[in-house]
Design a protein around this ligand. Structure first.
Ligand SMILES: NC(=O)c1ccc[n+]([C@@H]2O[C@H](COP(=O)([O-])OP(=O)(O)OC[C@H]3O[C@@H](n4cnc5c(N)ncnc54)[C@H](OP(=O)(O)O)[C@@H]3O)[C@@H](O)[C@H]2O)c1
Length: 314
């Protein structure tokens, strides 16, 4: 029997005011599972989108647990666990219900946490990093490409910028001016989004833009991408799904399952951790909040300008 731990649930569909913290027994690890003492759980926009009002809102999914990625210490292991022992420090993604103090997860979703990575950064590495790898793989980005990244200052965008540069591409990234120095430090050429975007990108590029990766989903991001990039199979969006098919650009998601995109994402775990351990990949942490301030963290995330990962600590 394990102790209960504080756990975030959404009790309805709406804004962050539907969030509660209650005590839940995490249970014991079964075969192939480990119990984690969670040190940090990263916030992603999908977390608050899941309980946002929508025509597809399903009351049978309430109360809803939240949180897809965590970092923590193995507290106990179940039968036939192969690699992990109590005391091991790990990152886990993709998990269900990560906004909690203790969580049972399959061993196979864990990867060892490098000592050089702090808990907050570790928790926020994999969902954004794996999404970025998927966008770059799907668009066949490599040496010689000129890549436009919409939302380069966001959680996913910063990963796309860094990983595209590591692949030898030239990177132009849109962001608010407050993030332009950060983007330059990551190897990108920043441009402001808003009226005149296409002209600013053309001037910055001085050459054809060959790839566009949209992490924003706005009309501006999609329309400028198709105006600037000749080959629509080299334009990908992770947020503008409603118009993607009509424009003939790639719409990339990453749910559970065996589709090729999910496989690309899951296979990226080890490489992402290695790069972060070597400080070749930076995770910016914009804010760390105790679990009982989850509503505040979600307000900041929903505003869309966090400039890094938001992280909860139990
Ligand atoms: N399909 C998938 O598999 C997948 C996976 C992960 C995320 N996502 C989605 O991708 C989106 C981004 O996620 P994230 O974690 O990177 O979010 P985030 O960290 O909150 O970043 C938001 C980004 O959007 C930019 N932005 C905000 N308003 C903008 C505007 N009006 N025009 C242009 N850019 C604007 C911000 O730039 P400034 O702050 O510089 O203004 C920032 O770079 C979310 O919708 C998320 O749900 C999808």
């Amino acid at each position: 029997m394990t102790d209960t731990s504080p756990t975030v649930i959404a009790v309805g569909y709406g804004g962050p005011d539907v969030l509660r913290v209650i005590e839940i027994d995490p249970g014991d690890p079964g075969p192939g599972e480990v119990l984690l003492d969670i040190r940090a759980a990263a916030v992603n926009p999908i977390d608050w989108k899941l309980y946002a009002p929508s025509p597809h809102a399903d009351p049978t999914r309430l109360p809803m647990r939240l949180g897809f990625e965590v970092a923590g210490v193995v507290a106990a292991v179940g039968p036939s666990v192969r690699w992990l022992s109590p005391g091991d420090e790990v990152i886990a993604w993709r998990v269900r219900g990560g906004y909690t103090g203790r969580l049972v997860v399959p061993e196979q979703v864990t990867v060892r946490k490098p000592a050089s990575l702090d808990w907050a950064a570790a928790s926020g590495l994999l969902l954004t990093g794996a999404t970025a790898v998927h966008t770059l793989t799907a668009t066949r980005t490599g040496t010689g490409d000129v890549v436009l990244v919409h939302g380069g200052s966001g959680g996913v965008g910063r990963m796309v910028v860094q990983l595209a540069a590591l692949r030898g591409a030239r990177v132009i990234a849109t962001a608010s001016p407050a993030s332009h120095d950060d983007l330059r430090a990551l190897g990108a050429e920043p441009v402001a989004y808003g009226t005149g975007l296409v002209e600013r990108v053309r001037e910055a590029a001085g050459a054809p833009v060959t790839v566009a990766i949209d992490t924003v989903g706005s009309d501006e991001a999609l329309d400028s991408s198709v105006e600037l990039v000749a080959d629509r199979t080299r334009i990908a969006t992770i947020a503008g799904f409603a118009r993607a098919a009509g424009l003939g650009v790639l719409a990339l998601g990453g749910g559970p399952g065996a589709d090729p995109g999910t496989q690309v994402r899951e296979a990226a775990r080890a490489q992402l951790v290695e790069l972060a351990a070597d400080q070749a990949l930076d995770v910016a942490v914009a804010g760390v909040y105790p679990l009982d301030q989850v509503a505040l963290a979600h307000e900041v995330s929903r505003a869309g300008h966090a400039r890094g990962k938001l992280v909860l600590t139990p």
